[in-house]
Design a protein around this ligand. Structure first.
Ligand code: NAI
Length: 359
């Protein structure tokens, strides 16, 4: 994606853009608050190497909007935002970087809540916590359970698979269903464990074959070459590695009838949703299917308890069923329907918020 594509449509314009800079230490990044219509903007703190500032900014714009939509569809009282940091090329003082981010988040005065994302973890969030309370997903404090969003993400993906398979294949049980899992990392491994408990037949692939082997040894999955997992003979393809995996080339090779997985931004472009639809492959939009981890972190932050997390998790397949039904009615792909639904939730909240501010 390039920066120009970020400005298509007014809903893509963010409410706030903030720069993070420490020239002396070589730290740079941005926080983008896309929407606070439903509550404080919540989203991950990503630490990644980008080839240019424009590429970093484009990713941040896209992620911030995705978080608004994801939080809206998950029924969370949060808007969407994100922090994206350029990973320094040389060795760097990690604690100093996250302390800088903590001070920056604190200055936003509660308009933004940050969480772990690609390249950051619970320990980094613990550093942030020393500077601001507007952070979730930090390492366990004495007497608190450590956060494991991957388990909750995997549970949401499993229920998404169940919902999609019921619609597309008319079957309730996952027993004997062939699922190809791309990526045996935090979420992929948990998903394989959950699928094994349902007696599904699992094919698992990872660029790091030792990870796939470890998961296979534990779950009875078959290890598949990473380069061939997309065209595996299976019922469900579950992308749990990187984004952009569904593109013109890969969609033509897919043999699955359902795509449901954890990876963020699975579609390389919006046009690819139409290609999936044309091939009659039912796609569970990632921003709904992978919301379990976010639900867990947000509910934990709000101290609402496990039953609320479970209730919001149960809403994932319900939301998907509504999306599938609407897509069938319209004769379109599911991704556009999910985005429309998210926009409707956000714009319905807008007048209420304006009234509250006026009062
Ligand atoms: P992870 O980094 O633990 O695992 C990703 C795995 O994918 C790694 O083992 C990596 O070697 C493998 N991989 C990378 N490219 C591959 C390829 N082309 N073929 C096969 N394997 C490949 O990441 P994690 O936490 O499991 O997340 C997976 C995806 O789900 C990411 O896209 C992440 O953004 C998304 N996600 C994760 C959530 C969470 O709770 N961890 C929540 C929502 C989304």
């Amino acid at each position: 994606m390039n920066a120009k594509e970020c400005f298509v449509g007014a809903d893509q314009l963010p409410e706030q853009v903030h720069l993070i800079e420490d020239e002396e230490r070589g730290f740079s990044g941005t926080t983008i608050i896309h929407s606070t219509a439903l509550g404080p903007a919540a989203g991950g703190c990503r630490l990644w190497h980008y080839d240019s500032p424009a590429e970093l900014t484009a990713d941040a714009f896209r992620l911030a909007r995705t978080m608004s939509y994801k939080n809206a569809l998950a029924g969370l009282p949060f808007g969407g935002g994100v922090t994206v940091l350029q990973r320094p090329q040389r060795d760097f003082d990690r604690a100093a970087l996250f302390a800088l981010v903590g001070d920056h988040v604190e200055r936003l005065d509660g308009a933004y809540l940050t969480l772990p994302d690609v390249g950051s973890d619970a320990h980094d969030m613990a550093v942030l916590r020393t500077r601001t309370r507007h952070v979730a997903g930090q390492a366990a404090a004495p007497g608190r359970i450590a956060s494991n969003p991957a388990l909750w993400t995997a549970r949401g993906v499993l229920e998404s698979i169940r919902a999609a398979v019921a619609v597309r294949m008319g079957r309730r049980s996952l027993d004997g269903l062939v699922v190809a899992v791309q990526g045996a990392g935090n979420v992929g491994a948990e998903l394989c464990r959950l699928l094994a408990a349902e007696d599904a037949t699992i094919l698992v692939a990872d660029m790091d074959v030792s990870r796939a082997r470890a998961v296979a040894a534990e779950t009875g999955a078959r290890v598949f070459p990473a380069a061939a997992i997309l065209e595996a003979d299976c019922d469900v393809f579950a992308p749990c590695a990187l984004g952009g995996v569904l593109n013109r080339n890969s969609i033509a090779r897919l043999r699955a009838r359902v795509v449901a997985g954890a990876a963020n931004n699975q579609l390389a472009s919006a046009d690819d949703a139409a290609l999936l639809h044309a091939r009659d492959i039912l796609y569970a939009p990632d921003l709904v299917a992978n919301a379990g981890g976010m639900i867990h972190l947000a509910t934990d932050h709000l101290k609402e308890g496990r039953s609320q997390t479970e209730a919001r998790l149960r809403a994932i397949p319900e939301r998907l069923r509504a999306i599938f039904a609407e897509a069938q009615l319209r004769g379109t792909g599911t991704h556009a329907v999910a985005e429309d639904m998210a926009r409707a939730v956000i714009s319905a909240a807008q007048p209420k918020r304006l009234l509250m501010q006026a009062a």
